[in-house]
Structure formats: C-alpha cells, structure tokens
Design a protein around this ligand. Structure first.
Ligand code: SAH
Length: 395
C-alpha cells in the first residue's frame, strides 16, 4: 500500500477509535477527527482510519457538523453498493413481523435500523421520508425507488426537518416524491381514526413513538376523567374516549395542534357529545387551577436536548410532575414522560420519585414506559432511547 493510500479518508486522533472499533458506535464527533480530505463533498462515503492508518470502517462525512461522520459499516471492506436498500428492506420486513394494531408505524428509525440520518414513517397510504444528513438527502431518489419496489402504490412524501436542515445545511423542500395529495391523511390506531398532517405537523406529523403508551392509558381510562397535558393532536384523548373515558380535558399551547385534534374528533361522530374539552394554554399556567381528574398524562416537549441543559431540565420535570401528582385524588394515576435525550432512565426514575416526595404523596411506580417496538434502539447507540416514562399510582 502506498503512503497516500494509507491516508485516504478520515483519520481519527490518537486513542479516539475505541467507541467505533469496540462498541460499533455509529457517530464520530468532529473533535475526534485529526484529518479529513479537503476536497471530500458533504455526505461522501469514506474509509475511517485509526491514528495508525488502519481502516476501522466506512462512514458518511458531514464537514462542519458536530457529528462529523456517521458510520455505514464496521468492516475494512467498502460497503456493498446497495447497502442502504438492504437495510431499508430489512427494516420493512421487521415491521411486518411486529403485527402492530395500526396501519401507521415507523419504517426506519435511523441508528436503530443501522441507517444513521434517516427516518421514514408510514401513515396509512403515505411514507414520509425525513433525511437528517447530506448523505441521506442526496440518496432520496434511491430511497424512493426502494420503497416503491416494496409497495408499488405507496405515496411518498419528503418532509424537511428545519433543525437538521440548519445544522446539516440541507436544501430539499417538503413535497410529494410519488403520488399526490394535500399533505394530510387519516390513519387508524387501534380502531380509532386520527387525522395526520405530515406536511406541517410536528416531527413528521405525529407521535408514533407513544402508540403503546396511548393503548395503556386508554385501558385505564374507562369511566374516568383524564387530564391530557401537552396533548398535541389529541391522540391520547381520542384513544381514551374510545375506551370509555367519562371526560378528557386536553391542554396544548399550539392552535394548529388543537385544530388537528378537532378534525380527528369529527372522524368519530359516535363518541358522546361533551366528552372532549380542548384548552389552548400554557400547561404551567393551566396547572395553577386545573380541572379535577382521576388520571393525568404529562408528555412535554424535550426540556434538555443537550447535556448543558440537563440541570435546568431536571428542575422543570420535578416541578411539573410534583404538581401532576399533587392534583390527583386518592388512587389517582399519572403517566409521566420525558423525551429528553440528555436525561437517562435512572435519572428519570429518580425525578419521578423525588416529585412524589415534593408532592407529599405516597406513590407506587407501576410500570416503566418505552417507545413502541417500531422504534428499535441499537445496543451500540443507547442515545437512541430518548423516550422514557412511568405509570404511577398515588395513595
Ligand atoms: N402526547 C402527544 C404528543 C405531545 S408532544 C401525543 O401522544 O400525540 C408535546 C406537545 O406539547 C406539543 O404539541 C407542543 O405544542 C406542546 N407544548 C409545548 N410546550 C407547551 C407548553 N408550555 N404548554 C402547553 N403545551 C406545550
């Protein structure tokens, strides 16, 4: 091998190859990179080398991004030309075996399906493709082709994510890649129809990750009054009402989220009049004089996306959860969630217990809650497990 051959690609700093080599960690931060080719175009697939020049895998390069490389393979060999299609097909087949009680689920969960930088959600007749990196954006035609081969009549919609568009300098705008429509559809979760706006809604349009937890909440809700905090488009409310809740009061600050909720409610005209109450408000102000309830659900947006925000986030969760537990009657139930990547499971459990102390309530932690099975977490990438929750019973 010539000396130029030995330096082709990305070279890591001394001692920074461990996580990739030993743990198959899929990310390399920019501080770990000693040398990268100046002429490499963003998103290009390059060999990744330890400081001694030995190849430890292949990855896609994102110059200027905090995550400089996302690994495509952990072999010395260059990945097969169709590595991406192989993994999309494997992700598709896995979902087919999960037999979820819905027509809508996550088809590709980025690192959790060994496809860093790619999220694909299926909403009934439409797959919503959301690239988070230059490489995935450049591969849109390949991804579209692969999905169309798996299901020829599938509509495919590209959803631009403003956060990743900024940090990865992505250019593509939202729009249909296959088929046509108005950017919305109606999905089914359990037996409940729900309206999804994948062109303008939050994330790719809907919180598929909470499906299993919504089922659990619904099963506890018969004959009860539910306070549904941070309701978004009302999926928890719809599921609880369909399961026989006496009343569901939903609170969200977003007008467009509550408009979507009203559209979903109109799809279930058989539900009793007056079961729903929709309140546009800041949850923290609302909780100063909340409606009486038997069950409270708190599913706030992430308080800490980064480690520096962690301490403030812990205080925020403590305050919110303590108030949720305080307002419950004896034998009340709470479903408390965090989707902050920087709060790990042990810390989250500690927060829930501490909130009970603050609220002066004897609480029992009944069940630990996760994202549903269509959101796999790679054992090499524990950061992928962002959603945590506890089902709590108070005396
Ligand atoms: N539980 C929902 C998803 C909740 S997402 C589901 O299953 O679909 C979080 C929601 O919190 C978003 O809809 C956002 O608009 C709302 N939100 C964020 N900050 C808020 C605040 N301070 N007060 C009220 N709602 C807020």
């Amino acid at each position: 091998m010539s000396s130029s051959e030995k330096t082709r690609g990305i070279i890591l700093k001394q001692g920074r190859d461990g996580p990739v080599r030993r743990r198959r960690h899929p990310w390399i931060y920019s501080q770990a990179v000693a040398q990268a080719p100046e002429d490499a175009s963003p998103g290009s697939l390059l060999p990744v080398r330890a400081a001694d020049g030995s190849v430890i895998g292949w990855g896609h390069y994102s110059p200027g991004s905090l995550i400089a490389v996302r690994m495509a393979s952990f072999s010395t060999e260059e990945p097969a030309a169709d590595w991406m299609e192989q993994r999309i097909r494997a992700a598709w087949d896995l979902r087919a075996r999960l037999t979820l009680d819905t027509d809508s689920y996550r088809i590709v969960n980025a690192e959790g399906d060994f496809l860093p930088g790619l999220v694909i959600d299926l909403y009934a007749d439409t797959a919503v493709v959301c690239p988070h990196t230059r490489n995935m954006e450049a591969s849109i035609e390949r991804i579209t082709h692969c999905l169309s081969a798996l299901q020829p009549d599938l509509k495919i919609f590209l959803r631009r994510d403003e956060h990743f568009a900024r940090v990865e300098k992505l250019a593509a705008a939202s729009g249909y890649l296959r088929g046509t429509g108005d950017g919305t559809t109606v999905i089914r979760e359990g037996a409940v129809p729900l309206k999804v706006d994948f062109a303008h809604g939050q994330k790719t349009g809907f919180y598929l990750d909470q499906r299993a937890n919504r089922s659990l909440i619904a099963r506890s809700a018969e004959g009860r009054t539910v306070l549904n905090l941070f309701s978004y488009s009302g999926a928890v409310a719809m599921r609880a009402a369909a399961a026989g809740a006496r009343k569901v009061v939903s609170v969200d600050s977003s007008r467009s989220a509550l408009d979507l909720a009203a559209a979903s409610a109109a799809l279930s005209p058989g539900l009793p009049q007056g079961v729903f109450e929709w309140v546009q408000a800041d949850v923290f102000s609302y909780l100063e004089s909340p409606a009486a309830c038997d069950i409270v659900v708190a599913d706030p947006p992430p308080f800490a996306r980064r480690r520096v925000e962690r301490d403030g986030a812990i205080q925020g969760y403590l305050m919110l959860f303590a108030q949720c537990l305080r307002i419950l009657p004896p034998a009340g139930m709470a479903f408390l969630f965090s989707c902050s990547g920087a709060i790990d499971r042990p810390t989250f459990q500690h927060i829930v217990s501490e909130a009970a102390v603050r609220a002066g309530r004897a609480a029992r932690l009944l069940q630990e809650l996760h994202a549903d099975a269509d959101h796999p977490v790679s054992s090499s990438h524990p950061e992928g497990e962002y959603l945590k929750g506890w089902m709590v019973h108070v005396q």
